[in-house]
Design a protein around this ligand. Structure first.
Ligand SMILES: [Zn+2]
Length: 167
């Protein structure tokens, strides 16, 4: 099973900051709102698992990393694929991506699923995950990644009856 899993979905629209709060700069002290554990996944490699009950619509946490421009993001993804290394890359706009390969944030292990229990939102260049429904402790946390760098070459094993089959 390929361990490479770059995430380069089409950039979702950036959510404007509320007028009252200044745009956050840099990295928040602790973006993790609920405990998330990393462990073996039936979907692919390692996965992220809820460490507590998480209510629908709650923010679960963020993936932090290094900002790179899109050319560098694609170069790193190609290099990782060639070297069969693991890479965690999320596009945050048309021009920038976050490389979370060196991050310790557990949500970078979130696998793709076609019927996920989280949604990925890009907010002011930050990558955050929110619960789509109530999530029980121990459930694997998944998100829909949309189009990836793989271009349909990866088989999806999310197990959903409505699985689209490939990433
Ligand atoms: Zn699937």
């Amino acid at each position: 099973m390929p361990s490479l899993r770059p995430l380069i979905p089409p950039a979702p629209p950036e959510v404007p900051a509320p007028a009252a709060s200044p745009a956050p700069r840099g990295v928040p002290a602790d973006p993790q709102k609920y405990p998330v554990n990393v462990g073996p996944s039936a979907i692919d490699g390692q996965g992220a698992f809820a460490g507590a009950a998480i209510p629908a619509r709650a923010k679960i946490g963020e993936i932090r990393g290094e900002f790179v421009d899109m050319a560098e993001a694609r170069a790193r993804a190609r290099r990782a694929e060639r070297d069969t290394g693991r890479i965690f890359m999320v596009a945050v706009s048309e021009r920038r991506a976050v490389d979370a390969t060196a991050s310790t944030d557990p949500l970078r292990y979130a696998n793709h699923a076609c019927e996920p229990n989280m949604v990925l939102k890009v907010q002011q260049g930050r990558v955050a995950f929110y619960a789509l429904r109530d999530i029980a402790p121990g459930e694997e946390l998944t998100a829909r990644y949309g189009a990836t760098h793989h271009g349909g070459r990866l088989v999806c094993r999310c197990g959903s009856p409505r699985c689209i089959g490939r990433l």
